[in-house]
Ligand binder design. Structure first.
Ligand SMILES: Cc1ncc(C[n+]2csc(CCOP(=O)(O)OP(=O)(O)O)c2C)c(N)n1
Length: 410
């Protein structure tokens, strides 16, 4: 009789080993045509296990998804590059601010910038993202004011949320960014519910849910997919597969399944897998999926294949659990480097313009940071009036709170 043994998936490489991505298959650019918008889940298998790519190893754009995009103007692509550069400058400055003790917590999205920056530029005013803590690139590409964004991180009087949420848990209704919940998976059920309301109201808007590869293990992922399958609301459900859930390798949440996109097919929900470090692929697939959903073809799942180049958060030290140099070894490269190279190959950018743009964007971030810090940091706090804790919570303050406020002398 063979021995019954439990399995526990291990990461491909340990900290004392060389990075190993030999298990990752990267199909050639152009291997997947643009499907008809009424494609059904059961016809999506090649899309769910393949990978949509536009930018080739020589930085040229080609294949059916490039044709679908058509002529993308140099300005559009330069805007995308600037969005990503601004995001990265912000990440670096906020990481430093946390290290200097000026704020309590931060969480970078380094390496994943193309996904939020490209996706957001395809949405319309009134659409609603249900993001996790790592989708701040959606806010940057929505041109959310940096002052409010950083004010939230410093929890000072520029914080639109008045310090009531952990830093990075933004909330910006007018910019299509639903209040971030720290409870993983909730974003999916909420997005499906919001999308159902959009359909009931017939307002032409859509919802988008965001989840990490690790959080696909949550019950909410599955109940959201079932509700999406049953009721067919206008929702785009994004899985950002960045290979790690803090120190847990993606192999654990994936189990013996093929891909996260393939998981949706069991629910009859169409799904695609995309090179998330390819800004043009992000633009093409986001445009297609958002158009499809808005025009009444129902929900869709997109697995963005990427790599979390930074630590999970400021409380994490990835050198304890992953191989040194993994980010540099990631076979799909860095999204900024790739778009920059593409623009240079088109003759629409140069090394000099890149250096200048980086400096300009860093300067913009630093200037706003100085202003925001003058309103108070953890090192030099400027506490707001204690009575403020009573404001902005209830439309009508309950009597017991009114009494407590009076007891404080207000
Ligand atoms: C319901 C729930 N369980 C556990 C956690 C603790 N937790 C916070 S982040 C995290 C890892 C999530 O990884 P993933 O979903 O892959 O997203 P990533 O951080 O890589 O973007 C965990 C387990 C939580 N916040 N919520």
């Amino acid at each position: 009789m063979s021995e019954v043994k439990l399995s526990f998936p291990h990461p491909p490489a340990r900290p004392d080993q060389a990075p190993d991505f030999s298990n990752i298959e990267i199909p050639p650019v152009g291997s997947l045509p643009v499907p008809s918008m009424d494609i059904e889940g059961h016809d999506c298998w090649p899309y769910a296990v393949g990978m949509i790519r536009v930018l080739d190893d020589d930085n040229t754009a080609h294949g059916p998804w490039a044709d679908y995009l058509g002529e993308v103007s140099a300005d559009t692509l330069r805007q995308g590059l600037r969005d990503m550069l601004k995001m990265r400058a912000l990440d670096r400055r906020m990481l430093n601010a946390q290290r200097q003790g000026k704020t309590s917590f931060y969480l970078q999205c380094t390496g994943e910038e193309a996904i939020g920056c490209g996706f957001q530029r395809q949405l319309e005013q009134g659409d609603m993202n249900f993001p996790t803590y790592r989708q701040q690139s959606l806010l940057v590409a929505a041109d959310y004011p940096l002052e409010a964004l950083m004010g939230q991180l410093y929890s000072n009087d520029l914080d639109p949320l008045k310090g009531r949420q952990l830093p990075i848990m933004h909330s910006a209704r007018d910019y299509g960014y639903f209040s971030v919940s720290g409870n993983l998976g909730t974003q999916y059920v909420q997005a499906v519910g919001w999308a159902m309301a959009c359909a009931l109201r017939g307002n032409g808007k859509i919802a988008t849910g965001w989840i990490g590869d690790g959080a696909t293990a949550s019950n909410d992922f599955h109940s959201a997919l079932l509700s999406a399958s049953t009721y067919q609301p206008p929702v785009v459900l994004n899985v950002v597969n960045n290979q790690w859930a803090i120190s847990t390798n993606t192999a654990v949440a994936r189990g013996k399944g093929d891909t996260y996109a393939a998981r949706a097919l069991g629910y009859g929900v169409p799904a695609l897998r995309v090179d998330g470090n390819d800004y043009l692929a992000v633009l093409a697939v986001s445009r297609w999926a958002i158009d499809r959903t808005r025009s009444g073809h129902g929900p869709i799942v997109i697995e963005w294949f990427t790599y979390r180049a930074a630590a999970h958060s400021t409380s994490d030290d990835p050198s304890a659990y992953r191989a040194k140099g993994e980010a540099e070894a990631w076979p799909l490269g860095d999204p900024i480097t790739r778009l920059k190279a593409h623009l240079i190959a088109r003759g629409d950018w140069s090394e000099e313009r890149h250096v200048q743009a980086e400096a300009e964007l860093l300067d913009e971030v630093v200037q706003v940071q100085k202003t925001v810090e003058s309103h108070g940091t953890f090192v030099k706090p400027k506490p707001t009036a204690p009575a403020d804790i009573f404001n902005g919570v209830y439309a009508e303050m309950p009597p017991h709170l009114r009494r407590q406020r009076q007891e404080m002398g207000h």
